[in-house]
Design a protein around this ligand. Structure first.
Ligand code: ATP
Ligand code: MN
Length: 435
């Protein structure tokens, strides 16, 4: 076959009975071969599914017939042949080959079984992630991710948000220094960004509605099933709005993305045995105080404390699906979160949870420079290290609000995965830096 022939290839989902009698070229990875004596099968796989190549003895030339036996799993082949109707084949059609070209071979001792029939633990799978991604189940997760992202973007653009890209190498800590990865930056010390927070706030004073979907890094020591050290964050910031306006964007964005993804990913969801339930809006809202009351006889939390993992697990049994926890204690939220005017104990902030899992945090921001400076000091941060941020508040800063949502956590919910590592192509955790 000539290189131009490969471009003429059809994909598995295009190989349908209406092509009966026509010549077709297909490419893919050898999934398995079967030998029934008088007939041999080569099943190849492309990104959409499987293709059956059938070699009846005597009907295809002998060299081809013998080749079928020599192909190894995951070898890359191009097949030219004639399409024939066959009810038992995937898509109801098969190919009787005239030519089979081996484009590349794979080793015979593969680290994983690409059909997924022989199961392997997550660590082994992640060590051979590209091989693992050949499994339809793993592939399904990331095809769903693609559509989830697409609909999130589509919704925000529809709502007049503009996409921004902010620097990921930064000079000062965004929210205090503990979770920052330091970086050698020529003669200076720099850090990997843990959030686009300050930049998106500044940019809301220009573009009014902004969003960013980008990686951030957190040097969190703990190794849990819901934390990674590198993650993709969906961030928005909007001028002339408060926490309630942002919560509305968030719930409608999730609803829109779930509807779209459910529509586009029927096949992938079936592979994963999942059904997307499109949530009803508005999502239930509980204040921090109400949540503490719900937990009263089950868990001792003193007022002001965070609602930790244990408490969230209990809460997940009482509340199902998406729900907001609003008005967190002022001391528990970062300096840029606005304090509630008529009740300074609490802040204009929210978390969005699904069952027991936190998905998103957000709130109304402080837009008054003097108040922001005193919030920084209260939290033990030095206002002078925020000079470049603070000066933008001298140029006319509108009231604004926003949120940050962990993409992989939303994907965990849709795909039903219990470990976040399943939902990131190449996860980075405390011990894993490769592949
Ligand atoms: P958590 O309490 O779960 O550690 P957080 O409150 O520290 O999260 P935020 O600063 O509120 O995190 O970040 C916003 C969102 O980003 C979180 O709601 C979560 O979905 C996601 N997120 C934060 N840290 C991580 C992480 N280490 N790994 C994966 N996702 C994360
Ligand atoms: Mn949070």
């Amino acid at each position: 076959m000539k290189p131009e022939d490969l471009k003429k290839r059809i994909l598995s989902r295009q190989l349908t009975p209406d092509l009966e009698g026509q010549e077709a070229i297909v490419c893919g990875w050898v999934s398995h071969t079967r030998d029934l004596g008088g007939i041999r099968f080569i099943v190849i796989r492309d990104k959409y599914g499987e293709i059956q190549v059938t070699l009846p003895k005597g009907k295809v030339n002998e060299e081809l017939f013998n080749l079928a036996d020599k192909l190894g799993m995951e070898w890359v082949v191009a097949v030219k042949g004639v399409v024939k109707n066959e009810k038992r084949a995937p898509q109801g059609a098969e190919i009787i080959p005239e030519e089979i070209e081996i484009l590349n071979r794979a080793i015979s001792q593969l680290p994983l079984d690409p059909t997924g029939r022989i199961s392997a633990d997550l660590d082994t799978r992640l060590n051979a992630r590209i091989m693992d991604l050949r499994r339809p189940q793993t592939q399904a997760i990331f095809k769903i991710n693609h559509h989830l992202l697409r609909f999130i973007r589509e919704y925000l653009i529809k709502e007049d948000f503009i996409e921004i890209n902010t620097p990921k190498i930064i000079a000062t800590a965004t929210e205090g220094g503990t979770e920052l990865f330091p970086l050698a930056y020529f003669e200076k010390e720099a850090f990997l960004a843990q959030s686009p927070q300050l930049y998106k706030e500044q940019l809301s004073s220009v573009f009014e509605r902004v969003f960013e979907i980008a990686p951030i890094w957190r040097a969190e020591m703990h190794n849990t099933t819901r934390h990674l050290n590198e993650l993709i964050m969906v961030d928005i910031e909007m001028a002339y709005g408060n926490m309630y306006d942002v919560m509305e964007v968030l719930e409608n964005m999730i609803k829109y993305a779930f509807e779209g993804t459910s529509r586009e990913c029927q096949k992938e969801l079936k592979i994963l045995n999942q059904k997307i339930e499109v949530p009803k809006t508005p999502f239930p809202r509980y204040t921090y105080d109400e949540v503490l009351k719900m937990l009263e006889n089950k868990m001792e939390i003193s007022w002001g404390e965070d609602i930790g993992t244990e408490a969230c697990k209990i809460l997940g049994e009482l509340l199902n699906g998406f729900y907001f926890i609003i008005e967190w204690p002022s001391t528990s939220k970062p300096f840029y979160i606005k304090i509630k005017e008529d009740d300074p104990r609490v802040s204009e902030s929210f978390d969005l949870n699904f069952d027991w899992l936190e998905i998103c945090s957000g709130g109304t921001r402080v837009h008054d420079k003097e108040k922001l400076i005193s919030r920084l000091s209260e939290q033990g941060l030095n206002p002078s290290s925020f000079k470049f941020h603070l000066q933008t508040f001298d140029y006319g800063m509108p009231p604004h609000a926003g949120f940050g949502l962990g993409l992989a956590r939303l994907l965990m919910i849709i795909t039903g995965m219990s470990n976040i590592r399943e939902c990131v192509l190449f996860p980075r955790d405390r011990t894993r830096l490769t592949p």
